[in-house]
Design a protein around this ligand. Structure first.
Ligand SMILES: [Zn+2]
Length: 131
């Protein structure tokens, strides 16, 4: 399994667990805020048009934050699954071990640096051929 020691793996697993707990708390908080503002809408409080648009803007911001948080939780869960399957730290594209320093900085990394760079280059290129 990669080039990480058991000790490093345990520390990364712990960091991911903490991060996931933090994100889940954020998501729960944001969702209850959204629910509250919808309740306010239902009550018809603050019928002023300007207030309404501010409220919906705030809701949009909260939603995009939640989407980002959920995406990160999903990455962590996937990393935990790779950890459980003994595939953590192995590049999903070329199957070579991911550099330990890279994993220390970015525990949910699925690819080695060269595969990731390749992927980003191809993605950036297709973005410009778009519009
Ligand atoms: Zn690779």
């Amino acid at each position: 399994m990669g080039n990480l020691t058991q000790d490093q793996l345990l520390r990364l697993a712990e960091r991911m667990r903490d991060r996931k707990a933090l994100l889940m708390a954020e998501i729960r908080g944001a969702l209850s805020q959204t629910a509250r503002s919808q309740y306010v809408d239902l009550l018809g409080v603050g019928g002023d048009a300007a207030d309404e648009s501010v409220a919906s803007l705030l809701r949009d911001i909260t939603e995009s934050e939640v989407v980002r948080d959920v995406g990160e939780v999903r990455d962590i869960v996937a990393a935990e699954q790779r950890l459980a399957a003994g595939r953590f730290g192995t590049c999903i594209d070329c199957e070579s071990p991911i550099d330990a320093k890279r994993l220390e900085a970015y525990p949910t990394a699925k690819r080695c640096l060269s595969c990731q760079q390749h992927r980003e280059k191809t993605r950036a290129a297709s973005k410009y051929t778009g519009r």
